[in-house]
Write a new protein. Structure first.
Length: 177
């Protein structure tokens, strides 16, 4: 069961401009998405975690924030790819069970450790034009839209078999007590 089918449709509350950026991000390949994360966190990483004070709890994901740091570069990269690809793995499930704010904390923590305890970008990496275009679109958004876009993107990653509750509009039924 793919996580994307089970996630809330948070994109419906995004502005049209922000939705376009989310779609551009999601249209990238796995490694391009990881590269874009790197560039985004490089440019605005310090403001992402403070954007949700008290809402993020780094202790909630010890496997993603503790054990992960002890893994080899290849293992770390494989886990990042599994999360981006919504694969049904232990680490992708651990990630998929987090709130969007805590998912942001995971990516922020990994970005802060890149090149030290987390696999770094290859020194010869050249961003593709779609990655450059997506980064440019993100930079044009105001801060709140950037955070909303990041929440929407990270919330679509990871694996969860928790089913989304259909809305009243979808079922045609009113709630009853």
């Amino acid at each position: 069961m793919a996580a994307q089918e089970n996630r809330p449709q948070s994109a419906s509350v995004l502005s049209v401009e922000t939705q376009k950026v989310v779609e551009a991000f999601q249209g990238l390949g796995t490694d391009e998405q990881l590269a874009l994360f790197y560039y985004v966190y490089e440019k605005m990483g310090d403001s992402i975690t403070p954007a949700a004070p008290g809402a993020a709890n780094p202790e909630i994901a010890p496997s993603l924030l503790g054990d992960y740091l002890d893994m080899s570069d290849d293992e770390q990269l494989a886990i990042m790819r599994q999360i981006v690809n919504r694969e049904d793995t232990e680490m992708s499930r651990a990630y998929g069970g987090l709130t969007e704010n805590n998912q942001l904390v995971v990516w922020y923590a990994w970005a802060q450790e890149m090149g030290e305890n987390v696999v770094d970008m290859p020194s010869d990496y050249q961003a593709s034009q779609p990655v450059k275009d997506a980064l440019s679109q993100i930079e044009k958004l105001d801060f709140e839209a950037q955070i909303s876009m990041m929440r929407a993107v990270v919330g679509e990653m990871g694996y969860s078999d928790v089913q989304r509750i259909p809305t009243q509009e979808e079922t045609g039924k009113t709630s009853s007590l």
